[in-house]
Every structure is written in structure tokens, then in C-alpha cells.
Design a protein around this ligand. Structure first.
Ligand SMILES: NC(=O)c1ccc[n+]([C@@H]2O[C@H](COP(=O)([O-])OP(=O)(O)OC[C@H]3O[C@@H](n4cnc5c(N)ncnc54)[C@H](O)[C@@H]3O)[C@@H](O)[C@H]2O)c1
Length: 320
């Protein structure tokens, strides 16, 4: 039988993917250690629907430690698709002594899981959640997998690139089937509370000014969560060890997103500007041609539609 292992299953993207797999009647084992980078209650809520499904098993364990516990949960005769989404996310906290958290959860945990997958065998694919942050500040845009040299601009980006390189090595040396997907700023329902749109929407709903780091002219290639989950599902069959951008639909300035948000919620929004943060890049812009060529993936949700969905989700959370 085919089974799925989703790491980081209680997080923003992992829980949404888990729900999608369960909806497709798949059998899913999820691993999450419920790090308190943001409110753990949010993660418990994210995964509450899945926990009611008999096809779902949750393992609350740390992937940076000995992984022999995984053998008790997945039968060796089952073909396994691994979606490795567990990580310490966020650029801004990755400086200083917190860097140890990033090396542990992003590099050590990935290397552990790759070793486990290789020695287990019977892996249909190992899909790794990489990031646009591996690119840093390239001179030429858009960011293209074969032309843009990845030179990260933050410690977080360094750890995401290191892990992506490890994934590539296990394909090149050992023939492990893998794919790495470089996500470009993901938004939508369940978005992490430290991310810009979530903060913007909460501030606007409480009639507080929205805080922006920098002058608001920075651009991001925003990608809606359903498009990301669709890309993850397609990547199950892309087993050649490619790294592919998932982004490219909605590249706009931060100021433009605030205008769109004001339109969506039907109210004026006040902005408070402050200094840019270390590690923040001026622009991201994905070429999504490779993901289209390899998997037929194309982003499909407009910024306005995606923002409406995130606003409705956050407003419904606040009214509970
Ligand atoms: N959200 C984005 O815009 C974005 C962009 C690029 C890449 N990514 C990548 O996508 C993945 C998911 O991001 P997200 O926004 O859903 O983050 P998230 O923080 O909501 O989810 C990550 C989950 O991983 C878990 N985790 C961390 N370390 C672990 C460990 N050692 N063992 C077990 N579980 C562990 C955390 O508890 C958390 O629930 C991450 O790999 C992130 O780097 C996200």
C-alpha cells in the first residue's frame, strides 16, 4: 500500500497538505514536535480536524533526534511518500544564538530523515520544502533555477540551502528519489501569525496602523496556499532530484498588497514605517517555467481572491 509521511504536519503548510491528503482518502502519518516559535494552540487547532480521521496518525516527536520511532509507525512493505515540511521558519529570528535552533531543525533534522529514508528503502519520493530565501539578492530577476546562483542573504536561507543540497546529494549518490520545491512567500488560511499578511489583517481589523519594515517598495512573489499544496501533490511524481520554484503569480510591492487589503476589507488602512530588518531582501520574483515544464504546475489564485480567503479565515477565528 502507498502511505504518506508529512513532517511539520501541525504547521501552516503541513496541516493544509495533511487535510488535502485525507480528503483524497490517503493514509497519513504526521510528525510534529510543536515548537513554540508561535502559539502552540494554533498548531493544535490546525491539526484538530485530521485527528478525527481514522486514516491519520500523529507522532509528537523531534526529527533532530534518533528516528527509530518511525519504524513503529510505517510498515516496511508500504511504499512511502515523504513530504518534509518541518523546519524552523522565519528570517528575522535566525540571527544570534537562535541560529542553533535553525541548524538543528533545518539541517540536522533533514539529514536524519534522509538517512532514515535511504536505509528504509521503498520510498516513492522525498519532497523537501525549500524556499525562495536560498536566492538572496540576485542582480537579475526573475529567479531562475539554472541561471540564478543561490547566495542566501539570511542565516535562515543558509540552513534551507544546506538542507536542499543534502537532499540533492542523496539523489546523486544513493539514488534516493527526491524533489525540492522552492516556495515563494506563502499566504492564505492558517498562515503563520508572524507573517506579513496575517499581521496586517489583524492590525486592520483592530483599527491599528499596519507596521511595515522598510519603505514598502519591496516586492514579493506571493503564492496562495492551495497553489502550493497542488504543487506538492504534483511533485509526488517528480523523482529526479530537481529543485523547482513554486511562485510567480502575484509579484507586487508591499504597498500594493496593503491597497488590495484595504479594498478587500472595505476600510482605510494607516501605515507605520520602520527600519528594514536584517536579512530582509528587497525583491523576490520566481520564474515558474521549470515547475510548469516538469509537473504542469501554474499558480492560479489572484492576490485579491487569496487575500479574501485569508481575511475570511482570520475574521472567523477572531469571532470564535
Ligand atoms: N510559509 C512560507 O511562506 C514558506 C516559504 C518558503 C518555505 N517555507 C518552508 O515550508 C515549510 C513549512 O513552513 P510553515 O510556514 O508551514 O511553517 P510552520 O512553522 O507553520 O510549520 C513548521 C512545523 O514544523 C515543526 N517542527 C520544527 N522543527 C521540528 C522538528 N525538529 N521535529 C518535528 N517537527 C518540527 C514545527 O513545530 C511546526 O509546526 C518549512 O520548511 C519552511 O521553511 C515556508
Amino acid at each position: 500500500m502507498k502511505k504518506y509521511l508529512v513532517t511539520g504536519c501541525a504547521g501552516f503548510i503541513g496541516s493544509t497538505l495533511t487535510d488535502r491528503l485525507l480528503k483524497q482518502d490517503e493514509s497519513v502519518t504526521g510528525v510534529d514536535v510543536f515548537r513554540d516559535y508561535y502559539d502552540v494552540g494554533i498548531k493544535r487547532h490546525n491539526i484538530s480536524g485530521a485527528l478525527e480521521n481514522p486514516n491519520f496518525t500523529l507522532i509528537e516527536k523531534d526529527l533532530s533526534t534518533d528516528l527509530s520511532f518511525l519504524d513503529n509507525f510505517v510498515d516496511p512493505s508500504d511504499e512511502l511518500v515523504i513530504y518534509h515540511l518541518a523546519a524552523q521558519a522565519g528570517v528575522r529570528k535566525s540571527w544570534g544564538s537562535d541560529f542553533r535552533i535553525y541548524t538543528r531543525d533545518n539541517i540536522d533534522a533533514t539529514q536524519n530523515l534522509l538517512e532514515w529514508a535511504h536505509s528504509r528503502g521503498n520510498i516513492k519520493n522525498f519532497v523537501y520544502a525549500s524556499s525562495s530565501s536560498i536566492y538572496g539578492v540576485p542582480a537579475i530577476l526573475p529567479m531562475t533555477e539554472d541561471k540564478t546562483v543561490p547566495i542566501p542573504y539570511s542565516p535562515y536561507g543558509v540552513t534551507k540551502l544546506a538542507a536542499e543540497n543534502l537532499v540533492r546529494l542523496y539523489t546523486a549518490n544513493m539514488g534516493l528519489p527526491t524533489a525540492s520545491l522552492r516556495f515563494f512567500t506563502v499566504y492564505g488560511p492558517r498562515q503563520r501569525p508572524d507573517m506579513a499578511f496575517n499581521r496586517f489583517i489583524r492590525a486592520a481589523s483592530e483599527k491599528r496602523p499596519i507596521g511595515i519594515f522598510g519603505n514598502g517598495g519591496q516586492t514579493r512573489d506571493f503564492t496562495f496556499i492551495d497553489d502550493i499544496v497542488h504543487g506538492l501533490r504534483l511533485a509526488e511524481n517528480s523523482t529526479k532530484g530537481l529543485a523547482m520554484n513554486l511562485g510567480g503569480g502575484n509579484r507586487v510591492t508591499l504597498l500594493h498588497t496593503i491597497k488590495t487589503l484595504a479594498k478587500v476589507i472595505g476600510q482605510e488602512i494607516e501605515i507605520e514605517f520602520s527600519e528594514s530588518k536584517l536579512g530582509d531582501v528587497p525583491d523576490t520574483w520566481a520564474s515558474a517555467e521549470l515547475a510548469f515544464k516538469e509537473m504542469g504546475w501554474k499558480p492560479s489564485i489572484s492576490l485579491e481572491e487569496g487575500l479574501k480567503q485569508e481575511v475570511n479565515w482570520l475574521f472567523s477565528q477572531n469571532s470564535q
